[in-house]
Write a protein that binds this ligand. Structure first.
Ligand code: FAS
Ligand code: PHB
Length: 389
C-alpha cells in the first residue's frame, strides 16, 4: 500500500488531521491499535477553545458541536464558601464550548466514514521505518498478517504511550517532565449539573471540579493521593467528599446519582523536544501532556494539527518544506505557554503535601490577587479561552 501521509493513532489528533488533509485532496491512512468502540469508550476532555471549534468547522465536523455543545462565557473559582466568577467574555472577548472529546471523536469518525477515509483498527505492532529517508514506511500486523504502507510523511498522533516518540533516538531528544503528587478521581453521572458553568474549587482537603457534558450528564473530579484505588471509592464516598470541598450552597444543590464511569487519572506535565525527526512529526499527547486543570490537553493537540495541516498542504501545493521545517519550533513555542498556564492553574488550586502553611498562604493570596486585579483576570481569561495559533 502507498499513501501520502501515514498517521499513527485514531484519537482526535489523528482523525482531525486526516479529515482536514482529505478535504484538501491529500491522501492519508490512519493506523489505530484499538477498536473503534474502545476509542469511543474513553471519557476525557470536556472544554474546547474557540480555535479548536474553528478547526472542527474547517474539517466539516462542527455542526453537532454547535447544536449540542454549550457556549460558556465564564466559570467559577471557589475557595471555602466563596464563589468567584471569572467573566471570560468581559476579559477575553470570547468564550469556550463545552462539548466532550468523546463526541468530537465520534463526529470525526463519522466524517471519515462519509468521505471514505481509511482508518485501520486493531492494527498491532505499528512500526515506522526509514524516517530519515524521503521514503519512510509503516508496518503493522492484523492477526498473523503483516502489512507495509509506503508514505511521504509519518505523523505520530499515538498519545503518550505510543510508538512514534519512542522511534526517535533518545540522544536526539530532550524530555521535560513534572509528575504531580496526586491524581484526579473522575465520575460521570446522568444527573443535572450543579451549576450552569464550571466550578474549580480550591480546598484544604484537595481540589474539586464540577463540570458537565450536557444538561443531564455531569462530570465531577476530586484530587486524590496517588496510592488511591478507584475500587475503594463507592459513589456515596465520592459524593460525600466532593460536597466537603464545595461551598455550602453548591454542596446543598448537588444532585447525586449512580456513576456511569469512574476512573483515576495521574497528572503530569511533559514535553518532548523536538517534535520532528526526519519525516516523522509528533502531534498531541505523543509530544506533550498537561495536567487537565486548564482544559488544555485536547486543545493543545488542536494547535499542533492546525500547524501540521497548513504545513503539509503548503508542501503538496508548492513543494516547499518551509512550513514543515518550522513546525517543531512553532508548535513548541505555543505549547510551552500552555504548559505554563496548566502548571499555574494546577499549582493554584491543588493541595501539595510538601507546601506547608506558607504554601497555603501563597495560594490564598494568589487567588485574592486574581480577584483584585483586572490585569490578572485578563491574563487568566485569555489563556483559558486559548492563545492564538
Ligand atoms: P489520544 O491519546 O487521545 O489518542 C492516541 C490514539 O493512538 C489512541 O486512540 C491510541 O489507542 C492510539 N495508539 C496508541 N499507541 C498506538 C500504536 N502503537 N499504534 C497505533 N495506535 C496507537 N484533556 C483535557 O483537556 N481535559 C481533560 O479532562 C482530560 N482528561 C484526560 C483523562 C485521561 C485519562 C487522559 C489519558 C487524558 C486526558 N486529557 C484531558 C487529555 C486528552 O484529552 C488528550 O489531550 C487528547 O486525548 C489528545 O488526543 P491525541 O493526541 O489524539 O491522543
Ligand atoms: C471535563 O469536563 O472533563 C473537564 C473540564 C475542564 C477541565 C478538565 C476537565 O479543566
Amino acid at each position: 500500500m502507498k499513501t501520502q501521509v501515514g498517521i499513527i493513532g485514531g484519537g482526535p489528533s489523528g482523525l482531525l488531521l486526516s479529515q482536514l488533509l482529505h478535504r484538501k485532496g491529500i491522501d492519508t491512512i490512519v493506523l489505530e491499535r484499538q477498536s473503534r468502540d474502545y476509542v469511543l469508550s474513553r471519557i476525557r476532555a470536556g472544554v474546547l477553545e474557540r480555535g479548536f471549534a474553528r478547526l472542527l468547522h474547517e474539517a466539516g465536523v462542527g455542526d453537532r458541536m454547535e447544536q449540542e455543545g454549550e457556549a460558556h462565557t465564564g466559570f467559577y473559582l471557589a475557595q471555602d464558601d466563596a464563589l468567584l466568577h471569572v467573566d471570560l467574555k468581559k476579559h477575553s472577548g470570547t468564550n469556550v464550548i463545552v462539548y466532550g472529546q468523546t463526541e468530537v471523536t465520534r463526529d470525526l469518525y463519522a466524517a471519515r466514514d462519509a468521505m471514505g477515509g481509511t482508518v485501520i483498527h486493531n492494527a498491532a505492532d505499528v512500526t515506522p521505518h526509514d524516517l530519515q529517508s524521503d521514503a519512510p514506511s509503516l508496518t503493522y500486523r492484523i492477526g498473523d498478517d503483516t502489512h507495509r504502507i509506503g508514505c511521504d510523511f509519518v505523523i505520530g498522533c499515538d498519545g503518550f504511550h505510543g510508538v512514534s516518540r519512542k522511534s526517535i533516538p533518545a540522544d536526539k531528544m530532550r524530555l521535560f517532565e513534572r509528575v504531580y503528587p496526586f491524581g484526579w478521581l473522575g465520575v460521570l453521572s446522568r444527573t443535572p449539573p450543579v451549576s450552569d458553568e464550571l466550578i474549580y474549587a480550591r480546598h484544604d482537603r484537595g481540589f474539586a471540579l464540577c463540570s458537565m457534558r450536557n444538561r443531564n450528564l455531569s462530570r465531577y473530579y476530586i484530587q486524590v493521593a496517588l496510592d488511591e484505588k478507584v475500587e475503594d471509592w463507592s459513589d456515596d464516598r465520592f459524593w460525600a467528599e466532593l460536597k466537603r470541598r464545595l461551598p455550602r450552597a453548591v454542596a446543598d444543590a448537588l444532585v447525586t446519582g449512580a456513576s456511569i464511569e469512574k476512573s483515576i487519572a495521574p497528572l503530569r506535565s511533559f514535553v518532548a523536544e523536538p517534535m520532528r525527526w526526519g519525516r516523522l512529526f509528533l502531534a498531541g499527547d505523543a509530544a506533550h501532556i498537561v495536567p487537565p486543570t486548564g482544559a488544555k490537553g485536547l486543545n493543545s493537540a488542536g494547535a499542533d494539527i492546525h500547524y501540521l495541516y497548513h504545513a503539509l498542504t503548503r508542501y503538496y501545493e508548492t513543494g516547499q518544506m518551509d512550513g514543515l521545517d518550522r513546525y517543531s519550533e512553532t508548535a513548541l513555542a505555543r505549547n510551552w505557554k500552555t504548559q505554563r498556564f496548566s502548571w499555574w492553574m494546577t499549582s493554584l488550586l491543588h493541595t501539595f503535601p510538601e507546601q506547608g502553611a506558607f504554601g497555603q498562604r501563597i495560594q490564598q493570596s494568589d487567588l485574592a490577587y486574581l480577584f483584585s486585579s483586572e490585569a490578572a483576570l485578563t491574563s487568566l481569561a485569555e489563556n483559558y479561552v486559548g492563545l492564538p495559533y
